[in-house]
Design a protein around this ligand. Structure first.
Ligand code: NAD
Ligand code: GLY
Length: 359
C-alpha cells in the first residue's frame, strides 16, 4: 500500500493506494468509530463492491446503512442529493455519522456535498472505484451537483478524512469509462510534469491492459501532483485552477449536449486539445506540442474534435464557468509544456479555435 499525504493543516489526510484495500484492515484502521455510517453508492457499484465495504467498516459502527443512487451524470442533481438526506434522516443519523462515498466522481462529489451540509458537516471517506475518481475527483475536497445551466455550480469545499483507492475495483470498469479516466491522468503532464507525460506515452498499452504496476504508478503520480497543488491553494485562489486544463471547453460540451451524453473525461480530453490549440495561438506552445497531445488523447480512445454546438453557444456556456469574472472567460493555458496559467483570450481567437477543433 502506498500513502500520499495531503497537507492542509488540521484538514490533512492521506490517500491510500493499493490492490485489495477493500479487504485490507490496515486501510480502515484509525477511522472514527460511531453509532451509524451511511455508505452512499449507486445501483451499478453497490452489487459489485457494497458488501465488501460494509464488511471492511463493520467493526467501526453499530449500524451501517446503504443508499444506492441512480447511476449517471444526469442524476448529479438536487432530487438525487435529497435521497442521501432522506436516508440519513430516516435512519436517525446523528452528527457523528460517517458517510462513505463508494463509486465514481458522481457519487463522490454528491456524497461530499451531502456530508458538508448534513447537520452543517459530518465526516466522510472517499472510496473511489473509477480511474477518474482515483486520480482526481476523490482528492482535494471539491464537492458539487450540477445545475441545468452550469456544471458543478452548486457545491462546497469539504475535505474527506481519507481516500482509499483499491486498484482492484478498476478491473470491472468498462473500457469507455477507463479511457475517460485517462484524460485526467494525461492532464497532469502538460500542466505539471512532462516526464510523466512521456511515461504515459510509453505505458499507455500497459495502463489500458490494467497492469497493476502501471496503474499504481499512474494513480500515485497523479495524486502526488494534485496533492502538491491543493496543498498550496485549497480553495482555488489561483494556482489550483491549472487542474482545470481542458475543463472550460469540456464543461461547455457537457452542459451543451446535456449531462451524460459525453462522459466528463471525454469532454476534458477534447477540451485539452482545444486548450492546447488556444495556447498555440497565444504563442505559448508550438504546433508539435498540440500534435503530440492530440495524438495521445486519440490513442487513449478519447474524442479530439468537439461537437458542433456553434461558437455563440460555446461562448455563452463558457461565460458561466466558475473561472469567469464579470462575464470574461478565463482559460487555463499551457506554456512552456509542463507549466500552466490562467488568462483571458480575445473572443475572435476563441472562435478560431472552435472553428479549427469542432464539427
Ligand atoms: P461516474 O461517477 O459517473 O462513474 C462512471 C461509471 O462507472 C458509472 O456508470 C459508474 O456506475 C460506473 N462505475 C464506477 N465504478 C465502477 C467499477 N469499479 N466497475 C464498474 N463500473 C463502475 O463518472 P466518473 O468519471 O468517475 O466521474 C465524473 C464526475 O466526477 C463528473 O461529475 C465530474 O464533474 C466529477 N469530477 C469532480 C472532480 C473534483 O475535483 N471533485 C474532478 C474531476 C471530475
Ligand atoms: N479537478 C479540479 C480540481 O480539483 O481543482
Amino acid at each position: 500500500m502506498q500513502r500520499v499525504p495531503i497537507a492542509l493543516g488540521e484538514r490533512s489526510y492521506e490517500i491510500l493506494i493499493g490492490t485489495g484495500l477493500l479487504a485490507d484492515e490496515s486501510a480502515w484502521a484509525g477511522l472514527p468509530q460511531s453509532a451509524a455510517a451511511l455508505v452512499v453508492t449507486n445501483e451499478t457499484v453497490e452489487p459489485l463492491y457494497g458488501a465488501q465495504l460494509v464488511r471492511a467498516i463493520a467493526a467501526h459502527h453499530k449500524a451501517v446503512h446503504t443508499v444506492a443512487l441512480p447511476d449517471g451524470e444526469a442524476h448529479k442533481d438536487w432530487p438525487t442529493l435529497n435521497r442521501i438526506f432522506d436516508a440519513l434522516l430516516a435512519n436517525a443519523c446523528d452528527r457523528k455519522t460517517v458517510l462513505y462515498a463508494l463509486g465514481g466522481g458522481v457519487v463522490g462529489d454528491m456524497t461530499g456535498f451531502a456530508a458538508a451540509c448534513y447537520m452543517r458537516g459530518v465526516p466522510f471517506v472517499q472510496v473511489p472505484t473509477t480511474l477518474l475518481a482515483q486520480v482526481d475527483s476523490s482528492v482535494g475536497g471539491k464537492t458539487a451537483i450540477n445545475h441545468p445551466l452550469g456544471k458543478n455550480m452548486i457545491g462546497a469545499f469539504y475535505q474527506p478524512l481519507r481516500v482509499v483507492c483499491d486498484l482492484a475495483t478498476l478491473a470491472t470498469l468498462p473500457l469507455r469509462e477507463f479511457a475517460a479516466g485517462l484524460a485526467e491522468v494525461i492532464k497532469y503532464g502538460p500542466i505539471a510534469d512532462m516526464a510523466f507525460l512521456e511515461w504515459i506515452e510509453a505505458n499507455l498499452a500497459a495502463l489500458v491492459a490494467r497492469d497493476p504496476q502501471a496503474l499504481a504508478h499512474a494513480v500515485r503520480r497523479s495524486c502526488e501532483i494534485k496533492a502538491e497543488v491543493v496543498g498550496q491553494d485549497e480553495r482555488e485562489a489561483g494556482l489550483r485552477a491549472i487542474l482545470n486544463f481542458g475543463h472550460t471547453f469540456g464543461h461547455a460540451i457537457e452542459s451543451g449536449l446535456g449531462y451524460g451524453e459525453w462522459l466528463h473525461g471525454e469532454a476534458v480530453g477534447c477540451g485539452m486539445v482545444m486548450g492546447a490549440e488556444l495556447s498555440k495561438r497565444l504563442g505559448l506552445v508550438d504546433a508539435a506540442f498540440v500534435e503530440r497531445l492530440t495524438a495521445l488523447v486519440a490513442k487513449a480512445g478519447l474524442p479530439t474534435r468537439g461537437p458542433a454546438l456553434g461558437a455563440d453557444r460555446y461562448l455563452d456556456l463558457m461565460r458561466v464557468d466558475k473561472k469567469a469574472e464579470g462575464g470574461e472567460i478565463r482559460f487555463v493555458v499551457v506554456g512552456p509544456p509542463g507549466q500552466a496559467s490562467m488568462r483571458p483570450a480575445p473572443d475572435a481567437m476563441v472562435r478560431d479555435v472552435l472553428a479549427a477543433c469542432c464539427g
